[in-house]
Design a binder for this molecule. Structure first.
Ligand code: GLU
Length: 489
C-alpha cells in the first residue's frame, strides 16, 4: 500500500509540474493508471493462473475443484468478483503469463517462495509449509544424503523450486546431474519413479501426500533441506495492491480457521481414500446393510435398476454410512454434491433413504444419457465411470481409445485409457484436461467386486434376477463365493 501511495504522490508532483501540457492534451489527475486491485474490481473478474494437478486445480464429476482453486475462489468471493482460472503448460509458462501485459494477475499453484522467483513475482504471505523430498522406488536402495544423488537418473519439473535447489547444489557437487522436464507434471514424475523409468525425483511433501496412494512403489528417501513456504504470486513491480489484499485475506483465513478446514478437507484423508478391506466389507454386510437394504430395493425398482448395484455404489461411496462427508464436500450415504442432491430432489442429504433415492435417480439419468452405442453390460460400467469422473472426462477417454484404434464402446478398452487422463502427455491433448482416471477405474472395479459379492450373498427375488440377468449378465447364484469375503461371516 505504501509503495502504491508513494507512486501516486510522485505522479501527482509530476502532473502538477507538467500541468500546462496536460491541460493542452486534455488529461488530468483522473488519468492515473488504476492499480491492479482497482482493475480487478472494475472488471469484476479475478484472473488466476494455476497448474492442472491434483494438489492445485482439476475438474471432477462435480466441476472445478482442488485446494488452490477453493482457496482462491474464496478470495474472489471476498473481493466480490468472478474467478477465472487458466492453466499453465508448465511453471515457466506460469510466471511468463503472470509477467505478460493483460495476463492473469495472480498465480496460485502450490508455488514455493524461492529466492530465484523473487524477480519474477511479488509473493503473498505464506499459507502452507512444504518440504522438498527425494523420491525413489521401493527396492532400489534408499538414498539418504546428497552423495546418494550422484550418478542417478534424476528428473524434476522445469522452472520448479526443485530445479533451483539442484542448480544451487551443483555448485557444490559439480558431478551432480539431473534433467528438467517441461512436458511433465508431478503425477508423471511419481509414475516414472514408480515404474522404474527414472531413479529419483524431487517433489514437495504436499504433492506426495496427495498422490502416494496411486503409486505404491514410491518412497521418500530424505528431505532435501528444511521446510519451504508456499504463497500466491502476483506480477512483480511497484503495484502491491493485489498482494496486500491477498495478504489481508490469507491472514483472516488463517485466523478464522478457513485455511485449516481446507487443508483438512484436501489433505486430511489422503492415505485412507478408497481402501477397504474384504474383512471390513463382510462385517459391514452383516451390521450395516440390513438397515438400508429396503431403501435400496425401493429406490431401484421404479428405475429398473438392480438394487445390489446401488448397494455396491453406496458401499464404495460411504461404507454405508449416512453421515459420511468427503474431502470435496459431498455428503451422505451416496455422497451427493449439493447440486446433484438439489437436482434429484433430495432435501436432506444425511437422510439415508433420500440419499439412496437421489443416487439411484442420478445413476439412472446418467445411464439414459449415455450414447446409444454403449450396450449392456458395459453401459452400466460406463455409467459408473461417468458417475465418478463426469461425462466430459469419460468422453475424453473414449476419444483417446478411438485414436489408439481401440473400441470406444468397450469398457475394457476405455478402461485402459482412463489412467492417461492423469498424465500430462495425454491430458494436454484432451478437451477437459487432467482427471483422476486411475481412481475411476478403481471405483468401477470395486463396485463390480461388491456387486458380485452382493449378488452371491443375497437371495434374489425373481424380479430382481430378471433385471440382473437381462441387463447385466451377472454371475448366477451358483458362482463360488469369494473366499476372503465369506470367511469372516
Ligand atoms: N511446489 C513446486 C514449485 O513451487 C512445484 C510442484 C512440486 O514439485 O511439488 O516449484
Amino acid at each position: 500500500m505504501l509503495a502504491q501511495t508513494l507512486f501516486r504522490s510522485r505522479c501527482c508532483q509530476w502532473l502538477t509540474a507538467t500541468g500546462f501540457l496536460l491541460l493542452l492534451s486534455g488529461c488530468g489527475v483522473d488519468d492515473v493508471q488504476p492499480t491492479t486491485l482497482e482493475r480487478v474490481k472494475a472488471d469484476g473478474v479475478l484472473r488466476v493462473v494455476t497448474r492442472n494437478s491434483p494438489a492445485t486445480y482439476f475438474q471432477d464429476r462435480n466441476g472445478e475443484t482442488g485446494f488452490e482453486y477453493e482457496l482462491v475462489k474464496r478470495f474472489a468471493e471476498d473481493l466480490g468478483v468472478e474467478l477465472k482460472i487458466e492453466t499453465a503448460d508448465n511453471l515457466d509458462d506460469l510466471f511468463n503469463r503472470l509477467n505478460a501485459k493483460d495476463g492473469p494477475v495472480l498465480g496460485a499453484a502450490g508455488l514455493v517462495i524461492s529466492p530465484g522467483r523473487q524477480a519474477r513475482a511479488n509473493f503473498s504471505h505464506a499459507y502452507m509449509d512444504v518440504t522438498p523430498q527425494v523420491i525413489y522406488r521401493h527396492g532400489a536402495g534408499r538414498p539418504s544424503s546428497v552423495d546418494d544423488l550422484l550418478g542417478k537418473h534424476i528428473v524434476v519439473l522445469k522452472g520448479s523450486s526443485h530445479a533451483e535447489q539442484l542448480a544451487a547444489l551443483k555448485l557444490q557437487y559439480p558431478q551432480l546431474s539431473y534433467e528438467e522436464s517441461d512436458a511433465e507434471e508431478v503425477v508423471d514424475l511419481l509414475r516414472m519413479v514408480d515404474e522404474g523409468q527414472v531413479d529419483l525425483t524431487l517433489v514437495d511433501s504436499n504433492e506426495l501426500a496427495m498422490n502416494q496412494v496411486y503409486f505404491p512403489n514410491v518412497r521418500v528417501g530424505f528431505d532435501l533441506g528444511d521446510a519451504t513456504r508456499v504463497g500466491w504470486a502476483a506480477a512483480p513491480g511497484e503495484d502491491h495492491s493485489l498482494q496486500d489484499e491477498a495478504n489481508a485475506f490469507l491472514d483472516t483465513a488463517k485466523e478464522n480457521g478457513t485455511l485449516q478446514r481446507l487443508k483438512e478437507r484436501y489433505y486430511g484423508h489422503v492415505d485412507v481414500l478408497g481402501y477397504v478391506g474384504a474383512y471390513t466389507f463382510a462385517k459391514h454386510l452383516q451390521e450395516r446393510l440390513p438397515r438400508y437394504e429396503q431403501h435400496f430395493q425401493q429406490a431401484a425398482k421404479p428405475l429398473q435398476l438392480d438394487w445390489r448395484l446401488l448397494a455396491a455404489m453406496g458401499y464404495q461411496e460411504s461404507l454405508w454410512q449416512p453421515d459420511a462427508t468427503s474431502k470435496t464436500g459431498v455428503r451422505g450415504l451416496m455422497m451427493l454434491t449439493q447440486n446433484t442432491a438439489q437436482a434429484m430432489g433430495v432435501v436432506n442429504r444425511l437422510d439415508a433413504k433420500q440419499s439412496i433415492r437421489g443416487g439411484a435417480k442420478y445413476i439412472a439419468q446418467i445411464k439414459q444419457e449415455l450414447p446409444e452405442s454403449l450396450l449392456e453390460p458395459d453401459r452400466t460400467w460406463f455409467a459408473l465411470a461417468a458417475y465418478n469422473i463426469g461425462g466430459a472426462h469419460l468422453e475424453d477417454a473414449r476419444k483417446l481409445a478411438k485414436a489408439e484404434g481401440l473400441n470406444p464402446d468397450k469398457w475394457l478398452d476405455v478402461k485402459k485409457m482412463l489412467p492417461r487422463l492423469a498424465q500430462k502427455k495425454w491430458f494436454s491433448k484432451t478437451r477437459y484436461g487432467y482427471a483422476r482416471g486411475g481412481e475411476t477405474v478403481h471405483f468401477v472395479q470395486n463396485i463390480r467386486r461388491y456387486y458380485d459379492i452382493l449378488t452371491w450373498v443375497t437371495q434374489p427375488q425373481l424380479e430382481d434376477r430378471q433385471i440382473a440377468d437381462n441387463n447385466l449378465h451377472l454371475p448366477g447364484i451358483n458362482k463360488t463365493p469369494p473366499a476372503e469375503v465369506l470367511a469372516p461371516l
